[in-house]
Structures are given as C-alpha cells and as structure tokens.
Design a protein around this ligand. Sequence first.
Ligand code: BES
Ligand code: ZN
Length: 641
Amino acid sequence: MKSFALVAALAAFAIAGCDAKEAGNSVSPASQEPQVAPILTTADAKDSYTYARPQEARVANVDLDLNLDFASKRVGGTAALDVIAAPGAKQVVLDSKGLEISAVTDASGKPLKWAVGASDPEKGAPLTVALPGEGKQRIVIRYRSAPGAEALQWLTPEQTAGKKYPYLLSQGQPTLNRTWIPTQDSPGIRQTWSARITAPEPLKVVMSGERLTPEGEPAGQGRRAYRFRMDKPVAPYLIAIAAGDLAFRDLGRRTGVWTEPAMLDAAASELQDTEKMVEAAEALYGPYRWGRYDVIVLPPSFPYGGMENPTLTFLTPTFIAGDRSLVGLVAHELAHSWSGNLVTNATWADSWLNEGFTSYFENRIMEAIYGKHRASQEAALSFDEMTKALKEAKNGDSTRLHLPPSDANPDGGSSGIVYDKGAIFLRTIESIVGRERWDAYLRSYFDRHAFQPMTSALFLADLRQNLVKGDKQLEQKLMLDQWVYQPGLPSNVAMPDPAAFADVDRASSAFAKGGPPPSEFAGWTTAEKLRFLNSLPRKLPQEKLVALDRGLRLNEAGNNEVLFAWLELAVANRYDPAVPALERFLTTQGRRKFVGPLITALAGDSQWGRPIAVRIYAKARPLYHPVTAAGLDKLGLAPAK
Ligand code: BES
Ligand code: ZN
C-alpha cells in the first residue's frame, strides 16, 4: 500500500507549465536527461533550510557574470535566473545571505520590485522578486557578496604554497552558496548554470562545470575572463569556484589535476590511479555522465577532506601521504558522481542517501583497485566508527538514518551514522541478496533516478518495487524500515571480516597488558595503524605514551590520519611532548575533521588544555576557512572583537 502512495506522490511533482517529463518508474537514459528537473512534493521532501517555494515558482537555470575582487574580498556582478512560475504566481522567493543587492530587472532591463525579508543566522534571508510575466521568464539580479561570505575563502599570498598570489576557494554544501549566489539554494531544486568570471592576471579560474575558455579571454584592465557551463541540472550546492596560480597535469584520458605549481608533482603522483578509479566505478554502476573528471588539490585551509563538485572534485592537500594510502578520499568523491550528484538527497535529513551510499561505493572502488584485503580493513574501520557513534549518541534519534527534524542539521548528522551506518546498511543488503543481484539493482537505481532528487521513502519504495518484488521472506530478512527509521543497529547487520585486524588486535592487547609497542608498526598499512591507535584505552599512563611516542615515532608521522589519531590520544592524556607536533598540525592545515576535535578537546580541559588552545587558536584562526572558524569561535578561545 505504502509504495503505491509514494509512487503517486512522486508523479505529482509537476509544476504547471514545466516541461519536465513524468518521473514515475520509467528508466531515463542519459540521452533523455530532463532539461527541467522534477521537484518532489511529498512532506518528507520539504527542505526546511530554504525560503524557496518551488511549487509556486522555481529557478531552472542560473547564468552568472561576476568579477573577483581580491582587494575587497567580494564577488560582484549579475545573476540572471530562468524562473518557471505556476499559473497565477506573482513572485519568486530566493535564498540570500549577506548579499548586497543593487537592482533587479527583467531580461530587457526594466526594474522589478524586490524585497529582502528578516534574516536568520543560519538560513539567511528570503529575497522575494515580483515576477514580470507568466510561465517561463528571466530575472536579472545585480549584487555583490559580503566580505565575510561563508562559502568563500580569500587567501592572502602567504597562505598559499607559492606565497606570491592570492587564492579564492568556495565551499557550497550544505547551505553556503546563498552567500555568493542569489538562487533557490535547496538540494531538491536542480538547476543548470553557466558563468563568466573575471580575475586579475595571471590568476586562473576553475569551476565545477565544462571549461569553455581553457586559456581565458582578455577582459581589460589586466584581467582575464573564464567561461563555464553545466548543462545538466544539478543541486545548487554543487556550484563551486577556485582561482589562483594554478597549474594542470593530465592523469588519464578524461582525468587531470589542478593545483599550485609547487604541489603538482606530489599531487599527480598521489593521484596516479584516478583514471582507473573512474573505470572501476563505471564497471560497477554505469557510465560516468559528467564528461571530464578533474580534481583540484587546494591549499591546506580547505575545510573538508574532499568535496564532490561535479567535473572537479575539491581535495585537501592533507590526503597526500606519499604512498597513496589515503586515496579512499578520491574514490569517495568520485563515487558521489553517482550517489549525490546524479541522485541527490532532496533534504539534509536524508544526507545518508548521499554519504552512506557513497561510503559503500567508495569501498567497492577500493576493492576493485587495491583488492579485498585493503577494502575489508577499511570497511572494518568504518564499522568501528559506527560503533563509536552509536555509543556516544546523546539520544537515539540522532542514530536514525532518516534524521528527524530536530537532528537534521544541514551540516549532516554524526558521520558515524550518516556515512558508516548508511554504508553498513547497504553492505547488509548486499550480504542478504548477493552481490550480483544487488549490483544490478544499484545500477538500475542510478539510471531510474538520474538527475533527480531522492528521499528515504522513495528509495525504499524503489527497492521494494525493483529488488524485493513482493518476496515476503526477503522483506522480513532485510528489516528495511528498522534500518532507515529506527535508532540503533538492527540484528541482521553484516559484521566486518573478523580476520581483518587479527594481528593488530593481538599486538594491541599485548601492549595494553604491559608489553612494548609493536615492532611491526612501521610496516603496517595505514588502516592497521589506525586500528591499533584507536583500540588503545583512552587513558594511558605517561610511560606508555613515552613508549609509543619514542618507539613508533608518532610525533613525526607523515600520514595525517595517523598523526591525528595519535594527537587525539596525546591530548586526552595531557602528554606535553606532543604539543609542538600538535601546534604544527593545527597551524598548517584547517581540515574541520582534524582541527575540530583536537581544539574542542583542548578547550574542554580547563587546567592543561585550554591555555594551549587559546595560544594555538590565536595563531591558527587566520588560516581557517570561515565555516571552520565559525564553529570553533563558539568555544570562546579568541578574545572578543
Ligand atoms: N560532501 C562531503 C563533504 C561535506 C559534508 C561538506 C557535509 C559539507 C557538509 C564529502 O564528500 C565528504 O564526505 N568528505 C569527507 C571525506 C570522506 C572520505 C569521508 C571529508 O571531508 O572528510
Ligand atoms: Zn561524501
């Protein structure tokens, strides 16, 4: 019964006058990509982090014409929006945050009435524009971003590797793009886009779309213009830009890497398996539909490990370990080209549909390229992360995959749930139905829903219709609703390979019982080192820390994940000899996953840690991206401005 209602609701997305084809359950081959993507209208697809009312009027395309001004730290120019209005709609509501709007006109330049409503610290403010006509129409907004726009980080030359030129990078997910683009900033409202961006010479501009002017075009006054196009409808959080002294190197037929010249050799070497990864991903779940797959290795202040911007994955340089041991990150961002970018969570309450699917897919790519052993170790680490998240959860609600509104922070819930429990759910289905059948289903799922939004309910309906197919026994075995809607861990969970870390676990308990640190450590895989460090008791006597530190040379770890795991342990135990390494780590990169937990732990230790945190944060804060700094400022470490 339930699935019938859902399918009916799904078919009811249509906005009058919109030429989207009916969604239903028909397969939509790549050649028939909808030009205007459907909007879901079910209650669970309503995004509470947007002011947009897409059933009345929705943005279908954005054309940006912007200048980058490094002196004032602003982008400024125009955004021309193609809007599709339902009959009788008089206005369109957009999202904006801190934008300084100077005019809004129709396509011919005739002024339109507009107003910015009350501002919310998180959502920003609604920008309401009176529509010039009926049906499909164009509005043009002249504006500039505020110097503190949260999506944008303007780096001084000193903050780059080359130290000579400034740098700009953006981060849109989840709701930050409204600080530099006035549009309907909701993952369920897909839009095509184009851009013309000017920057001072010799800076290069790259974006998450097709590059139409590889060398740029003269734009006067010592500037060049770069043009881009994304002709497939994408969620607006996926529009991204970077500008700086950038060099490029091919990695394969359709893959390549951008980075600062000083970083190019190291980046290209670490990324040498990228083309193979794309091939492995295609062999699993169907054609890569975005043309090129390039990556950009950013300056170390980039707040995430990676961001799956279409055609151009953004990466932290902290994944470069010299031995490709952290390229699971690349597999992850690449996998989002299917789970996330092709089929997209309609709201952030369903982030697991992006991140859980992607973490599962990441592991399948890793297995295809590096073998079962490495993949099963990485899957076992992910299981540990989930177990930790389940244990630490403040309330059961936050351990559900489909997050209730109270826990559906747009920044995603606990990653141990959204990423790891999500992936383990899919691994559980795989173990029940068998890999062949599961892979065939997943591949067809991406085809059926390509370029469309997705909800938990819609996924379950699709799964029941196309995989379970009324098999009552199978339905019972899968425990689907429990996995998606209930807290905790269902009893049918597929357990990780018990042999994955057998040796490491022996070494870990021997050490805990008083033995020396494991002499094999240096030869272990990164996953093994992480399992060892994370399985040690959180409180250790100083002499054990000294033994670890000296025996395993942890303060000098060149692998940032290993260094992070060690520093967490060191901080929890007030281990002074790790402070110089800690200070170096916190003042040379700004990845939230690393700096967040370490600075928070220091700040929470009023006697030993807090003074260290105050001193280091004063030095580190200028390096951090606005979203990283905004989170950490809440700890009250910086003197009030
Ligand atoms: N899409 C995420 C990054 C993100 C999540 C940005 C939520 C804003 C809000 C990206 O794909 C991601 O998951 N990155 C991870 C790496 C991954 C290997 C787990 C990260 O940044 O650590
Ligand atoms: Zn991800």
